[in-house]
Design a protein. Structure first.
Length: 128
């Protein structure tokens, strides 16, 4: 798996891009990479998985969601947008969305990268 992380200077949003085969260890390491990036402001995160193939079983998706809930920073991202291009990854990401239910932040799954960015950025404009 190839992973890159970019922080938008104007919004503080983290954009994590993954390609190749993504397994449970990669998902956990990606979350920790975002949390450990000093430039990240705790704002929204966009996970771009359009070039990734998820190699995760349902139980592993549930474990990943639980890991994130238990280990996320004190101020977690307000919104997490996941962008996929294939049906299989979209379905698996929707499972994550269900398992990830948390009153602190929102998770939304997208097929369109521009829509995901707009949704993530709109949280920045909301009053705290």
């Amino acid at each position: 798996m190839t992973f890159s992380l970019r922080i938008e200077p104007e919004s503080g949003i983290a954009i994590a891009t993954c390609s190749g085969v993504l397994c449970i260890a990669d998902a956990k390491q990606g979350a920790e990479a975002v949390w450990g990036t000093p430039e990240w402001s705790g704002r929204s995160v966009v996970c771009d998985l359009r070039s990734a193939q998820l190699d995760l079983a349902a139980a592993e998706i549930r474990d990943t969601a639980r890991f994130i809930l238990e280990h996320q920073p004190e101020t977690p991202p307000s919104r997490v947008a996941v962008v996929t291009s294939r049906d299989l990854e979209f379905g698996l990401a929707r499972m994550f969305e269900v398992f990830r239910e948390d009153r602190v932040n929102e998770v939304e799954i997208f097929r369109d990268y521009g829509e995901a960015l707009a949704w993530a950025r709109s949280a920045v404009a909301r009053p705290a």
